[in-house]
Design a protein around this ligand. Structure first.
Ligand code: MN
Length: 598
């Protein structure tokens, strides 16, 4: 499905060192899709490049829950969990929801708390503090929830690996885990562990985030209650209204936006646009997100702010915002998160320059794995810094902050390099205090005295990374002339949205074009390439302004060529170019794109 056999327009190294490679699907499939659905060729080619078959194309363009929603009961333990929750509802029991401090944790907790309260339960909740308590359930917090009267505890986005902590409340409360983290062994000895990634779950739903699992659990619970006649004289809850939370969590947990996840996000964005949840509406107002709501709004505007509380302030700020039913309170919480997020950015900026410089030195020394540390670096932001370093150098990168001789760190990897396995192996080799993760991300803690040995271990284990190009390849899916970048084509391309993991924003090369002006747009613009950039492109006598949505790369080809007359390209290119018009240094010369690193 993915062929990358030759470079696009002969670009073997852009100014930022990237190769431009084709990402294309099979011509036969593209042609079949175009014919079946009467689409412009460029759209059918993009669908084929995403591995979408002829029969699946219609559902991809119109992803309905009716077509995509799986049977909740296909997940191991779901029926037990749903029956127990239905029981709690019928008896009006006191329930506790134990969450997590990231966006998926906050969303899945808000979903469960709201759902159960709506059905009449008394619901307590707890979100652990990242630094004081760490990830996952802990015995003191669980015991406290029992002390507050909870007879049923629902852990969301955590709990699969918490057998020891969960044993603390055995016999005092039933425990249900709704999680999606990969299980390494058997589930804990509790009432129910609903997790598509537990070893014995054959549902095939491994790409759900925890909020997706919680949503399916809500459906299962309503179904159980319906069977019991609970709704004989009362209305059933509006489960679709919970999809804004599922969409937000799915995007922010970087789940692939395909299959049922795509349906969740499409429907959830519509719910969000109705502004019925005061917390999300308030956060949108505070962030002044003016563009049409899309996956990027979740990933870049809402997500970081909800996360900010858990990173450097009160862990449950995000959950409280999502649960708020009062617009005034919601606005106050949103403003607090906005302020916390600014502080987070400052904290991060304070680390970034030093970390980047250290990484650069290691690159110059030829080290395959980057490991940079600093005294007092805030453990809540080291993961973000690692991600930026990884992107800049296309190498696995770990960043740790030290306090009292103990470093708490986080790592991010490039595809094809399993960082999590290396960190686990380092822990097993006695080089780390704690360590775990998966292929693309890992967390660890390390003693100062072990740092050198840990870095050497990573270098050896990840030696293959040193042969990777210094910048990631840019995958290009098509070319356009400036005159071809019309509003109509743009509208068709937007039907492929929402874009994100598993369904990347298309990158198209705008050829025979020259950027004549480029301005930065937006408050965060240019700080770390996060903002958007407005660019004016000129293709002979055609001009256009690119802004928002899509990625568009412009290069000048040798010999140039004439685009077809002056068009409404200004309007036509509205669609394009959040950021990236790339261009050649010399007009008509060899293609040397200035910047595709945005
Ligand atoms: Mn999660």
């Amino acid at each position: 499905m993915l062929t990358a056999d030759k470079t696009v327009l002969g670009v073997t190294a852009s100014l930022s060192g990237r190769r431009w490679l084709w990402r294309t699907g099979e011509d036969r499939i593209a042609a079949g899709i175009a014919q079946r659905l009467d689409l412009p060729e460029i759209v059918s080619r993009l669908l084929a490049a995403r591995g979408i078959g002829i029969d699946a194309a219609a559902d991809f363009l119109e992803p309905t829950l009716r077509a995509m929603l799986p049977d909740p009961s296909s997940m191991t333990d779901m029926d037990v969990a749903a029956d127990r929750l239905a029981d709690a509802v019928r008896r009006g029991e006191s329930v506790a929801v134990y969450g997590d401090y990231d966006v998926d944790g906050a969303c899945s907790a808000a979903l469960m708390v709201g759902f159960l309260r709506g059905l009449g339960c008394v619901v307590h909740h707890h979100v652990p503090d990242r630094i004081k308590e760490g990830y996952g359930p802990n015995a003191p917090a669980l015991t406290d929830l029992v002390g507050r009267g909870a007879r049923l505890i629902v852990c969301v986005d955590c709990g699969t690996a918490a057998a020891v902590a969960l044993a603390a409340v055995a016999g005092q409360a039933d425990v249900i885990v709704l999680d999606h983290h990969k299980a390494e062994g058997p589930p804990p000895a509790i009432l129910a562990t609903v997790n598509p990634n537990r070893l014995d779950c054959a549902s095939g739903l491994g790409t759900l985030c925890a909020a997706g699992v919680a949503f399916l659990t809500a459906i299962g619970t309503v179904r159980a209650l319906r069977r019991l006649g609970f709704f004989a004289n009362r209305a059933e809850p509006d489960l679709m209204g919970l999809l804004d939370l599922v969409a937000l969590a799915t995007v922010c947990d970087v789940m692939p936006l395909t299959g049922v996840n795509r349906a969740f996000v499409c429907q959830g964005l519509k719910i969000m646009a109705r502004r019925s949840r005061p917390g999300i509406a308030a956060l949108l107002d505070v962030t002044q997100a003016r563009e049409k709501l899309n996956a990027a709004t979740c990933g870049f505007a809402l997500g970081p702010r909800i996360n900010a509380g858990g990173r450097i302030s009160e862990a449950d700020l995000g959950l409280r915002l999502l649960l708020s039913e009062d617009r005034v309170e919601a606005l106050m919480l949103a403003e607090r998160l906005e302020a916390v997020n600014r502080t987070r950015q400052d904290v991060e900026a304070g680390i970034m320059d030093a970390a980047m410089a250290a990484a650069e030195t290691q690159i110059a020394a030829g080290r395959p794995a980057l490991l940079v540390t600093g005294e007092g670096w805030h453990p809540g932001v080291v993961g973000i810094v690692a991600g930026r370093i990884k992107e800049r150098f296309n190498r696995p990168a770990c960043v740790a902050g030290f306090t009292d001789g103990l470093g708490k760190g986080s790592g991010r990897s490039v595809s094809g390099v399993d960082l999590g396995a290396a960190v686990i192996a380092a822990r097993q080799a006695g080089l780390l205090v704690t360590g775990g993760g998966h292929a693309m991300a890992a967390g660890f803690s390390v003693l100062a005295g072990q740092l050198t040995a840990f870095h050497a271990f990573l270098d050896e284990r990840l030696a293959a990374a040193s042969t990777m190009p210094s910048a990631a390849d840019l995958m290009v899916e098509g070319t356009l002339a400036v005159s071809g970048a019309t509003t109509e084509v743009g509208r068709h391309l937007e039907r492929l949205a929402p874009f994100g993991a598993g369904n990347e924003e298309p990158t198209l090369v705008l050829h025979r074009a020259r950027v004549v002006r480029a301005d930065r747009v937006g408050r965060e613009a240019g700080v770390r390439g996060r903002g958007s950039r407005r660019a004016t492109a000129e293709g002979d006598d055609v001009q256009g302004t690119g802004r928002r949505a899509g990625r568009c790369a412009a290069g000048t080809q040798r010999g140039g060529g004439t685009a077809s007359g002056r068009t409404s390209a200004r309007r036509g290119m509205e669609w394009f170019g959040q950021s990236v018009l790339y261009h050649s240094g010399r007009r008509g010369g060899v293609t040397r794109p200035l910047n595709d690193n945005a």
